[in-house]
Design a protein around this ligand. Structure first.
Ligand code: GLP
Length: 243
């Protein structure tokens, strides 16, 4: 695991976008795993600039980490809406190669199996982008005694519902469930990039990185078992590490 500390969120975002760009330049039909949340927004802005400067996204295949369950795809808070609004509508990605969990499926079990199969059929994820929840979740893999390995339907913890309520008119509107890639799905990615920014993430970054211990209390700690992970943090998110 490589840990990189950046002076600012802007520097972090530039570096993350450069890593994604290198991946695409090296292999134009790369399979990229995308994440939602505020953290990757700067990275996506950089990617849009790179597109304007000639970076070609037309051959990539994308898989998103997660989606709220029970929220229509057209809802402004759906992760599908987020991805199109903040990235896919502004680059030349081929919409037929975009995969985002279907938060409206009636057959969750089949959907999850098919999602796993589609990732496999695409040759696996070359580069997976991750944010981290304040409670250590990645995707929507919440701290718990047991962790589901493949893509699955999960309940959201109160912490996460509270944290994500900032995007909704009221906390009651935050969905209580989501479909997420499992830790196993994430761990099969060939390379992983975890981004953390701001003082809000300082505590979880310190808890996760202070020693290499794997615990289901901090789902992101499973990344210690992966051999190609870069953690990009800005100085604010690293502030507890440096003490
Ligand atoms: C959300 C998403 C995660 C994301 C995390 C942090 O609930 N499911 O994929 O990484 O929370 O979000 P943010 O970057 O806004 O802090």
């Amino acid at each position: 695991m490589r840990i990189h500390i950046f002076e600012s969120y802007e520097e972090l975002s530039k570096k993350a976008a450069e890593i994604i760009k290198s991946q695409i330049v090296l292999k134009n039909d790369s399979v990229i795993g995308f994440a939602t949340g505020s953290t990757p927004l700067g990275t996506y802005k950089e990617l849009i600039n790179m597109y304007k400067e000639g970076l070609d996204f037309s051959d990539i295949t994308t898989f998103n980490l997660d989606e709220y369950y029970g929220l229509p795809a057209s809802d402004v808070n759906s992760y599908r809406y987020f991805m199109y609004n903040n990235l896919f509508d502004h680059i030349n990605v081929d919409r037929k190669k975009v995969h985002i969990p279907d938060g409206e499926t009636n057959d969750v079990e089949k959907f999850c199996k098919d999602y796993e199969q589609s990732i496999q059929n695409a040759g696996g994820i070359d580069l997976q982008i991750l944010g981290i929840g304040k409670n250590g979740h990645i995707g929507f893999n919440e701290p718990d005694d047991n962790m589901d390995v493949p893509t699955h339907l999960t309940g959201l913890t109160e912490d996460t519902i509270n944290a994500n309520s900032r995007f909704f008119d009221s906390i009651d509107q935050v969905p209580k469930q989501a479909i997420t890639m499992g830790l196993g799905t994430i761990m099969k990615s060939k390379r992983i990039l975890l981004l953390a920014s701001g003082t809000d993430k300082a505590e979880i970054i310190e808890r996760m990185l202070k020693q290499p211990v794997v615990t289901t209390n901090i789902p992101a700690s499973f990344l210690f078992l992966h051999n190609n992970v870069d953690i990009l943090v800005d100085e604010k998110a690293a502030s507890e590490l440096e003490k």
